[in-house]
Design a protein around this ligand. Sequence first.
Ligand SMILES: Nc1ncnc2c1ncn2[C@@H]1O[C@H](COP(=O)(O)OP(=O)(O)OP(=O)(O)O)[C@@H](O)[C@H]1O
Ligand SMILES: Cc1ncsc1CCO
Length: 568
Amino acid sequence: MSESEVPLNRPVPHSTHGFEIAEPLTRTTPQPSHAGRSLGPGFDLSLYLVTGRDLLPHGKSYLASLEEALRGGVTVVQVREKSVDTAEFLEIARDTVSLCAGYDVPVIINDRVDIALASGAAGAHLGQTDMPFAIARKLLPPSAIVGVSCATPEQARRAVEDGADYVGLGAVYATSTKDVSAPGRVCGIAGVRAMLSVLEGTGVKAVAIGGIKSTNLLRTLHGCASPTGHTLDGVAVVSDIVASPEPQAAARRLVQAFRAWAAAASRGPTAFLVTPEQKARYTPEAIAAAAAALVDTVRRVRPLVHQITNNVVKTQSANVTLALGGSPIMAEAEAEQADLARMPGGLLINFGTIDALDGMLAAGSHANQNGKPVVFDPVGVGATSFRRATAAKLLDAWQPTVIKGNAAEIGELADSNEVKAQGVDSLGGFANASGVVRSLARNHRCIVLLSGPIDYLSDGSTVIRMSNGHELLGQITGAGCVLGTTISTFCGAASMATSSISEGALVQGDMLLATAAGTLALTIAAQRAASREEVRGPGTFLPALIDELAMLTPEIILRMARIEVELE
Ligand SMILES: Nc1ncnc2c1ncn2[C@@H]1O[C@H](COP(=O)(O)OP(=O)(O)OP(=O)(O)O)[C@@H](O)[C@H]1O
Ligand SMILES: Cc1ncsc1CCO
């Protein structure tokens, strides 16, 4: 069976979850006996539907919507009712159990252990302020599934100690289906990632919850994985299914995307799922050859390079894009981001001067939705607390494909104070630069480039060291910023030109090679510009650099590239 052929739920004659039901959909027949339940550790959390009757579209009944969702491939149903009396809750729970039994899908009851018992559901889900776990466990039969909502690593640790079968981690995003306005209720992608690290090796399963939709699913799954590649077992969804006039199609979209991603994620611990064949291509010669070929690819596919960048470098960044053969557009308004993201190419978000934060937030999210590579340049991130907070906010809103920065910027994101900063400039370097880029790449599930006299590049496994460049690059403003431009130009072109589609990946194409190519293009052009007779200092260097970028050929890259590779 191919990855895209997902077996969808079909009604089954007998349930293995909860009790057996003679006649599905009758609410008088259930016998609340828990004997014979065979849930064990094998229950499938892939698509965990949380009900919300208030969200149903006009004219759609609860059970009709639920049955469509089950046909679409929902694997667990949680009945959540916040404002009904006990009799009505029990009736809804029983109806749900009856219907789901016909699809062999377990039902979990939110908060109410008594309703779980009385309805013959498979288990109960507890919030942090609901009945204490130990009491619920004692009241429920031993085979019952008991899940717990967690928003902090401490809560996740306690759920493991208590013996939870699974945890619901979130809220990932602010959502209208639950009041998460209290401080700490939205834990974000980084919060889920920290909790998944706690669960590693415990056998406790996890779903993420809170604002997850088909549009942010891949980005959520990709970003939540722990640095060692421990991933979510599923996602909990409310409105994307319940509020849909077509819940079957909505559920199918979600479960297919989840399974494609899970299949890809199971292949390796790093974000870019590098196959052994691909890794074999990471020799200095092969990297130079790939970079050389991409010089022509950029000119052939002419990627649109959408840049939200700082006021200091806008014109030189647009000129650098043109010189390489790309097509620049500097567009910052939030309202235009959805349209721009639909056009193939690359996106650069450089926050050297932060005056378009809403545009930056929207641009990256839309790029993620459309499979466009996103290059993030956190200029001067350690300089102010506003920049630090903004970087965290952006990295929670979208998944970068590449993070690039100088030693001070990379050090700040890596929580290291080994390198000092002065505004946007870096003073010094790391003793173990390879270790820093490798670990930051694993933490953020992206490519990381550390720029400087030697550029270090990693996907979390391989480290590529490139020692082209010229000291004049350190004497003009925005050399690092235009490096972001060349990288987004090459990443955009590589994603447009790739022929092999890797299912479940957020971006198509080899972004490690594309980032190496963007770096080599700038640094090799800089060496050639610096050696020109008319270049006498930084003032004459910048126009010569733009000329050399325009004159770059694959042969020049092949001849001049200085690359070393450290395979892990
Ligand atoms: N002394 C040097 N020798 C060779 N190359 C250099 C040197 N200094 C910088 N570079 C190159 O310049 C490019 C920009 O890197 P750098 O670390 O200077 O960026 P930055 O500090 O972010 O710059 P800015 O803040 O001005 O944008 C990199 O590709 C790097 O290889
Ligand atoms: C000087 C400067 N200040 C904010 S952005 C920028 C460009 C180089 O990073």
